[in-house]
Design a protein around this ligand. Structure first.
Ligand code: SD4
Length: 301
């Protein structure tokens, strides 16, 4: 407490991710270790249909995972379309630290993970398989707007990609993003979450940003990079997120009526802001301060 350290995460699952990340920051650990710990918690959690082993599969019934991790010095790593590995965020970190590359995909990512000692294990849950079979009956693909909070675990919403940003006591930033992507996506589809600059961007000189929602819109707008650049130009985190949302709308006004896009940002001073295209986006903040350590905020939209 009082160290200036802070961790923020997307959606209500962010509360659990922050709780896993906070002890790292509280003992003076790095923001990078903290966001990895938070993302790992979300990946192992068994009731989030948009992250890790509880994720919904693509339209072929295959669960494919995307993740990225980045620190404020510009070091980054990512994996996309990874199958049968429980902790994509840690594989992303291994890509960052142990290879000259920033991104591995599909079978190559899986082989690299195996070589690094990550166990291969089937991840798809019975609930997710059931939800997929249900979806097959109509096979209608309409990315959902996600304005409503999920009613029960397993609801086939596209909620809850975990974007997590932290600032350590040393003032250094890091972020991670992990997801199973949009439910019922085409096999091979990659969203924004593992794309540095789209689903995640971090720069110690300005701030950090992450995104959730329909990833194609984030990629189109290099959105997390945009949020960080707006903070660099002096916008508050909330204002930067808002202007990025306005950019998304300007680019595709009609589509924007149907899609949810949400941004969460943390600047180099530890200030937090968020903005969403439509209502319903919440995020969690944990700074170890007095009072309830976990606060869930409803973002403006
Ligand atoms: C994606 N942005 O793959 C992710 C999905 C998401 O909450 O954020 N869901 O497009």
């Amino acid at each position: 407490a009082g160290s200036g350290a802070k961790v923020v995460s997307t959606w209500d699952f962010g509360v659990g991710a922050n709780a896993a990340a906070w002890p790292v920051l509280a003992r003076g650990g790095s923001a990078l270790d903290a966001v990895e710990a938070g993302a790992r918690w979300a990946e192992a959690d068994l009731c989030n249909p948009t992250v890790g082993r509880c994720g919904n599969p693509d339209r072929d019934g295959v669960l494919t995972l995307d993740a990225s991790i980045m620190d404020g010095d510009g070091r980054c790593g990512a994996v996309a379309a990874l199958e049968d590995i429980l902790h994509p965020v840690s594989v992303a970190r291994a890509v960052m630290e142990k290879t000259p590359h920033v991104m591995l995909v599909g079978e190559g990512a899986q082989r690299f993970a195996a070589a690094q000692g990550f166990p291969k294990q089937p991840l798809l849950t019975d609930e997710a398989r059931k939800a997929w079979r249900e979806w097959l009956k109509t096979s209608e693909y309409q990315p959902q707007i996600n304005a409503e909070r999920r009613q029960r675990p397993g609801d086939a919403s596209n909620h809850d990609t975990l974007g997590i940003l932290a600032i350590g006591a040393d003032g250094k930033l890091a972020g991670a993003c992990t997801t199973s992507g949009m439910a019922w996506k085409l096999h091979g589809r990659v969203g924004d979450s593992p794309i540095v600059g789209a689903g995640l961007y971090v720069d110690n000189e300005a701030g950090a940003a992450t995104a959730s929602g329909v990833g194609e819109e984030m990629v189109r707008n290099a959105a997390s990079f945009l949020v960080v650049e707006l903070m660099r130009q002096g916008r508050s985190p909330g204002q930067a997120c808002r202007e990025a949302i306005e950019r998304v709308v300007r680019k595709r006004p009609e589509a924007s009526k149907q899609l949810q896009v949400c941004f969460l940002a943390l600047n180099k001073h530890g200030e937090v802001g968020a903005y969403a295209l439509h209502q319903g986006f919440v995020y969690a903040v944990h700074d170890g301060g007095a009072g309830p350590h976990e606060r869930l905020h409803e973002s403006a939209s």
